[in-house]
Design a protein around this ligand. Sequence first.
Ligand SMILES: NC(=O)c1ccc[n+]([C@@H]2O[C@H](COP(=O)([O-])OP(=O)(O)OC[C@H]3O[C@@H](n4cnc5c(N)ncnc54)[C@H](OP(=O)(O)O)[C@@H]3O)[C@@H](O)[C@H]2O)c1
Length: 230
Amino acid sequence: MELKNAVAVVTGANRGLGRHVAAQLVERGAKVYGAARRPEAVDVPGVIPLRLDVTDEASIREAARVASDATLLINNAGISTGVTLIAGDVAEVRREMETNFFGPLAATRAFAPVIEGNGGGAVLNVLSALSWYHPAGLGSYAASKAAAWALSDATREELAPRGITVSALHVGYMDTDMAAGVPADQKVAAADVAAQALYGIEAGLPEILADETSRYVKQTLSVAPQPNAG
Ligand SMILES: NC(=O)c1ccc[n+]([C@@H]2O[C@H](COP(=O)([O-])OP(=O)(O)OC[C@H]3O[C@@H](n4cnc5c(N)ncnc54)[C@H](OP(=O)(O)O)[C@@H]3O)[C@@H](O)[C@H]2O)c1
């Protein structure tokens, strides 16, 4: 889709990757709603703040009513709790799934009729290399991103006849708050990932592999799981 005439809703636009995506969309001539739990925290010039908590369906419905001219939904908002699936607090596992899976699902369900009514458009889901690689220490996060990968594939097929393309962006570590504890040489620039995301949307790519880690992990999908250490 052409970004110049797009009307985008970016979730989690107040910081991190979402802030870069919102800023670059403005530079490209799009109209941009910056969705955030605290809209007052959205500080990108030219971006229209919009209240939206991806775990609150009423706020999503209200955001879809306000942004009734939307043609592009960027499901970027996410959390990483760092809990493991067995020893970790199951309430945290559920919170992660609510945010990273049910959040994009609810936003897509609310905005699909809006985008369709405006003549079609696109959805981008921000996923992770951990959609495909599931280390124990990040088991809960990885499960939520694997679920969001399935969401991306299934909604791509379901929404295609309605004129809506669905892209999934996979990336390893980025230089945002979420990966603050990761050494700098293991992170890619979120600004660069944002640029690749926009290129992918414009090109209608179903899958955007934004760094070496995501490309490597994708390649290893056919490798058998590691045996139990015992
Ligand atoms: N950083 C990485 O290394 C990395 C790697 C792969 C994928 N990702 C994915 O990239 C996306 C962006 O993350 P980031 O790296 O930019 O992290 P970040 O800097 O921690 O930003 C996360 C954003 O999501 C928002 N958010 C969280 N829960 C929300 C909710 N319930 N409703 C609305 N907004 C909510 C946050 O808003 P508040 O300010 O209100 O908390 C913030 O704007 C996420 O989906 C993440 O899983 C990140």
